[in-house]
Write a protein of this length. Structure first.
Length: 109
């Protein structure tokens, strides 16, 4: 959870400060259009603000597993078991598709 928050904050900082800085740099040293640079910088600030709001909203909704009720823990365990079973079935499907691919290759030759 801390790592995700750190990466989210890093992305927001890079978009919010990095893009406008690069726009100003290219405008000053390489003659990039000032109006286009301003629009790109404004858009990046808006996107960074939206990402910050979404990150705060998602981060505040995360519930630690210690506060879950017994019924919620059972539901969570059932969901995890279902996901494991689905992944095992997908592994079996991959094996069957590889066998089909091998048969088709041998039939082609």
């Amino acid at each position: 959870m801390v790592r995700t928050s750190f990466l989210t904050a890093l992305c927001i900082i890079l978009i919010g400060f990095g893009v406008p800085t690069v726009c100003i740099y290219f405008s000053v040293f390489y003659g990039f259009n000032v109006i286009v640079a301003g629009l790109i910088a404004l858009l990046s600030l808006i996107v960074a603000g939206i990402l910050a709001i979404i990150g705060i909203a998602i981060g505040s909704e995360e519930v630690p597993s210690e506060t879950l009720k017994l019924s919620e823990r059972e539901k969570l365990n059932l969901l995890r078991a279902h996901q494991r079973a689905t992944l095992e079935e997908l592994d079996d499907i991959i094996e069957v598709l590889r066998e089909i691919k091998d048969v088709l290759k041998s039939a082609q030759e």
